[in-house]
Structures are given as C-alpha cells and as structure tokens.
Design a protein around this ligand. Structure first.
Ligand code: SF4
Length: 451
C-alpha cells in the first residue's frame, strides 16, 4: 500500500537540515509521497528505509529503461488511467521491423527512413525510437550480422531482438551488450531458457502468451524466479483483442494494483493487417490506449508524421503548459533598424510567430515575455500581459541597446491596451500588429518598405 507523507516523515531524522533542497523533513516527505522526489535525496535514511519507501511508492506499472547513454527509451511508470487525472509518463515507442529474410533493398530502405524521417516541432525532435530485428529463419549468423549492421547504420536506435530461440537471442544480445536491447520473447515453452539469457545479458524480457491469462501466468512464474524487468505481449493480433487487452492490463495494474500485469506492453500493428493505412489507424488507437511500444512494418513520412503528432499531443503534461524562455530572440540576423515584436511565451505561439517572421525574411527582434505559458489573450485576461507588465519588461529587457528606433509591434489581440502602453512607454511608438501570425510576413514587408 502507498505510504502517506506522515508515514514517510516517521522514517526521517526530522532535523530539518535542508540538505535534500527542501526546507523541512515534512515538506520532503510530502514530496516523496506525491512522487515528486526520490527518498534517496535525503542522505540520512538507511538502505532499509530506501527499499521500503521505494517499493511502496513505486508506480503500479514498472518503469523499464532500454538502450544506453544518450540513446535510451523509457517505458512504463504510468500511474493513471486517464491523462487528465495526472499525465501519461512515457510516450509510446515507435519501432520499425527488419527481418533476416528481407531483401537488401527492403532493409536498407527501412534503415534509411529511420535515419531520415525526423521532424522539428515546437523545439522537439520527433522521430521513431526503436528498430525491431527479427530472426526469421533460425540462422544465427544472419541475425548477428543484421544486429551489427543496424548498430552501425542507426547508432541512435534502441533495439528489440526477436527470436524464439534462446541461443540466437543470446548471440544477438552479445553483439549489442552495451546497448541494453529488449529481448523478445519468452513463451510458456521456452520460459526458463530465455529467462536465463535475459538474466545473463541484463536485458528486459518480453513475455508472449497466447491469451491475457497465459501472459499473466508466465509473468507470475518469471517474477517468482526473480526476473523483474518484463514487457507484456498478450498475443492479440486483432484490433478488438489488442484494444481490450491493453485496457484490461492498464485497469488491472492501476485500479486493482495487480502486480502480475503491472508492466508496460509491446504491440504489433505490423501483424494485424497488410494494409499500410489500416496499420497506421491501428497504431493511432494503440498510442491512445495504452501501448508501451508498437512495431510497424515500415516507416513512411505521410503516416509516421501524424502518428508522431498524435503522440506529442497525448503525452504532454496537461498540468504544465509548454513554454519558451523569456528573452530577446534575433531572427534573420537583425540590426539596429530592425522591427521589434513582442508576444507571450506559450511555446506554440512562439513557434508559429517565429516561423512566420523567419519565413518573411525580414530581419527582426522577437521579444518573448514570460506569461507562464498562457496565450496572448488568456495572459492579458489573467493580468499577466497587461500594459504595465509589458512596459516594465521592455525597459528591463535590454532591447534599447540593440535598436536605435523606438517602435514596438504588439499582437493584434492587444489593440485595446495601445493607449495604456503608450503611457507606460512614452518614448515608444506602439504599432498594432496583425491578429493572425500568418499575416505577419506582408505586415513586416510593409514596415520594412516604410523605414
Ligand atoms: Fe530532513 Fe533528510 Fe531533508 Fe535533512 S535531508 S531536511 S533530514 S529529509
């Protein structure tokens, strides 16, 4: 059962020394209970307490880390059934499948697309995360060679090694022993031998049952044998069964604290249909409900990009707005005569406005005011983007050292505060910009023509 803050406080030294970067032991205990801090941050607790609290405060779905160094993929660690209750922790991993029996062109194309299909959006790099390498014919040499090739050609890929044969999995794991791949899979038949491979290699292991019930049985058996890092595949290969199993596993672990099913999942849209478009639709469902990893048959820009965007939307923290830092952002190499624009620090606003300014090719200064991630109108309504606040920000920002003119372009939605702003900034000429960012390029070109 989860420990309360008071329960955790009883185990702390109660000296309020502050070495954990929290002023009091009580505040620290509350943060640990809320999952915001690790008990290990207090240097004075014993290993016994660390284990007790760690176990009691562990998320109902075990956290698993694959890969190494800068190229890791985290899954599990989920604590809620619905995103609005808190947040979803780790985005569904997108994997592409390569098999030892594929033509050279098919393999090369998939690896190439894994490297090339990357999208920069709101300051984040969106891309596929994993490559699943499948032994299709029991040929150890071909499997080992393909694992080596993937490591070489796609060094930032996290790997899933797929074979039903323990020896082949062991040989593949040896090639990438520093990369901590996910091993797939152990079944009722090979549970012992594959579990030994996973233990020796120190890699997480996938269980594949024929049904949800059988998956739970194997999980129980392996946990009794001391294997802790497990990933579940219930064997479902129809849309309905996959959906039902994903929801059942999430419910059982979150609502009923079922330890046997408290692990992240792997799913195979690539084995549910031969139609690439249908596969994408299935994948989109599995992002929402609740796949840890999904393995796709191929990556294509027109289907990968919407999946990445869906994933980005679902796995943002609904309690924390996406923000950029308050600062002066130079765009297109501005100088002392370049226009000065101001907007809020909601990251979507920043990226849309900066994108339009960049597209206009007019050198400009973009001032970003911290509005706690609120958009322009919301921030104004909340009193975080009012004339006095903007006036103070302009005076302190240092923009007057960068330009010799005194003309400030404000968002069109703030037209009503123009008069107040002129009072706050008597030396400045306040210009009302367009309401829509897409109208900025002609607006800036006109401004450029005027000066
Ligand atoms: Fe209390 Fe430990 Fe934090 Fe010191 S470091 S305030 S003893 S919890």
């Amino acid at each position: 059962m989860a420990l309360t803050g008071i329960g955790i406080l009883k185990m702390l030294p109660k000296t309020n020394c502050g070495e954990c970067d929290v002023p009091t032991c009580l505040a620290f205990a509350m943060k640990v209970a809320a999952g915001q801090m690790d008990i290990g941050a207090c240097p004075y607790v014993s290993e016994e307490v660390k284990n007790e609290v760690g176990e009691a405060s562990a998320p109902p779905i075990r956290s698993i880390v694959l890969g190494s160094g800068d190229n890791t993929f985290k899954m599990g660690g989920e604590t809620c059934l619905y995103r609005h209750e808190k947040r979803f922790e780790h985005p569904t991993g997108i994997a592409v499948l390569v098999r030892t029996d594929m033509d050279e062109g098919d393999i090369a194309g998939r690896l190439q697309r894994f490297r090339d299909l990357r999208y920069d959006r709101v300051g984040l790099l969106l891309k596929a995360d994993l490559i699943a390498i499948k032994d299709a014919s029991g040929d150890e040499e071909a499997f080992v060679s393909l694992v080596g090739r993937v490591l070489n050609e796609c060094p930032d890929a996290v790997l899933i090694l797929i074979s039903g044969l323990a020896d082949i999995l062991a040989a593949g794991a040896k090639v990438c022993k520093d990369h901590k791949p996910l091993l797939y899979c152990t079944t009722k038949e090979n549970a012992e031998s594959v579990a030994d491979v996973a233990s020796d290699a120190g890699c997480p292991l996938t269980i594949r049952g024929e049904t949800l019930g059988e998956t739970a049985e194997i999980s129980e058996q392996l946990q009794k044998a001391g294997i802790k890092d497990l990933v579940l595949d219930t064997g479902a290969r129809t849309v309905r069964a996959a959906f039902e199993d994903q929801v059942a596993i999430r419910r059982a672990s979150i609502k009923h604290k079922n330890k046997v099913l408290g692990f992240p999942t792997i799913t195979f849209p690539c084995e549910m249909t031969g139609d690439p478009l249908l596969e994408t639709i299935i994948a989109s469902m599995l992002i929402a409900k609740y796949a840890g990893i999904m393995v796709l048959s191929d990556l294509q820009g027109d289907t990968l990009s919407p999946l990445l965007l869906e994933r980005l939307n679902i796995f943002t923290d609904p309690q924390r707005p996406m923000v950029v830092e308050e600062d002066i952002y130079p765009i297109n190499g501005p100088d002392e005569n370049s226009p000065v624009l101001i907007t809020c620090n909601f990251s979507l606003t920043y990226f849309i406005v900066s994108g339009e300014v960049e597209g206009s090719k007019v050198p400009s200064w973009l001032l970003i005011k911290d509005t706690e991630g609120l958009s322009v109108l919301t921030a104004w309504a909340a009193g975080k983007f009012s004339a006095d606040i903007i006036g103070m920000f302009i005076n302190k920002s240092g923009i007057t050292d960068k330009v010799k003119h005194r003309c400030l372009i404000i968002p069109g939605y703030l037209a009503s505060i123009k008069g107040e702003l002129e009072e706050e900034l008597p030396d400045w000429n306040i210009r009302i910009g367009p309401r829509e960012a897409s109208h900025l390029p002609p607006f800036l070109k006109d401004w450029q023509a005027e000066v």
